[in-house]
Design a protein around this ligand. Structure first.
Ligand code: AMP
Length: 227
């Protein structure tokens, strides 16, 4: 199964990805994580990327699309399928992804759109903290680490992402509205759009997901296999 996860920053796509991985075993590919890895290297590319990410702007399409293409065409761990989180973020990226997957004869199964209200997003992202070592997610109010700034799971340092400050969050929300929201129509026109509620409780999201994935499976059973 190959899917893309869509939705505003802070809608909960990372948690959604964790649920889907638990249910299906498919890999989670986050372009935000891939770009942060490049930033850590402090290479010329990493420095260029940092300039965009820390302003809350999008990294140029060709840079991100190249990273995704390298990953999906060469990683043997993706045989069962994958979900792309944070990609595509522009219609150009969506078109390039379609072209890339058509060439490989492995088209997308569907796009999963997680809707969330702006005030929920702002509360989530201003309080979000992340372990620098293992990536575990925390929230200052809703899920603080047991010891301040120390990861419960690995003892790593828990910090704020450099783009999780309020002015940058607002910029990311604007960028989303202008560049990323049109992708929802792009997939709706292809009849590949499914939706989950990012404001809902985890148990409700899980139940909804189970029915969506089962619906998709019965669709697949009625279609000839595509790969
Ligand atoms: P995320 O972790 O998905 O919230 O992404 C963090 C930041 O990485 C975004 O605000 C962008 O600056 C950059 N980024 C991630 N994915 C993309 C993409 N598909 N296209 C352009 N920039 C991206």
């Amino acid at each position: 199964m190959r899917i893309v996860l869509l939705g505003p920053p802070g809608a909960g796509k990372g948690s959604l990805a964790g649920l889907i991985r638990g249910m299906t075993g498919i890999a989670h590919i986050s372009t935000g994580d891939m770009l942060r890895e490049e930033m850590k290297k402090a290479s010329p590319l990493g420095k260029e990327i940092r300039g965009f990410v820390e302003k809350g702007a999008l990294v140029p399409d060709d840079v991100v699309t190249r990273l995704v293409e390298e990953k999906v065409s060469h990683d043997p761990g993706l045989d069962k399928g994958y979900m792309l989180d944070g990609f595509p973020r522009t219609v150009k990226q969506a078109q390039d992804l379609d072209a890339m997957l058509t060439r490989a004869k492995k088209p997308l199964d569907f796009a999963l759109y997680m809707r969330a209200d702006p005030d929920v997003i702002l509360t989530r992202l201003t309080g979000r903290r992340v372990c620098k070592a293992c990536g575990a997610l925390y929230h200052l109010k809703n899920k603080p680490p047991k010891t301040q700034d120390v990861c419960d799971l690995c003892g790593g340092q828990v910090t704020r992402r450099s783009d999780d400050h309020e002015d940058t969050i607002r910029r990311r929300m604007d960028v989303y509205a202008i560049s990323t929201k049109p992708i929802i129509d792009y997939y709706a026109r292809q009849k590949k759009l499914k939706e989950v509620d990012g404001n809902a409780k985890t148990t409700d999201v899980r139940n909804h997901l189970i029915s969506l994935l089962n619906d998709d499976k019965s669709d697949q059973d009625q279609k000839p296999r595509r790969d």
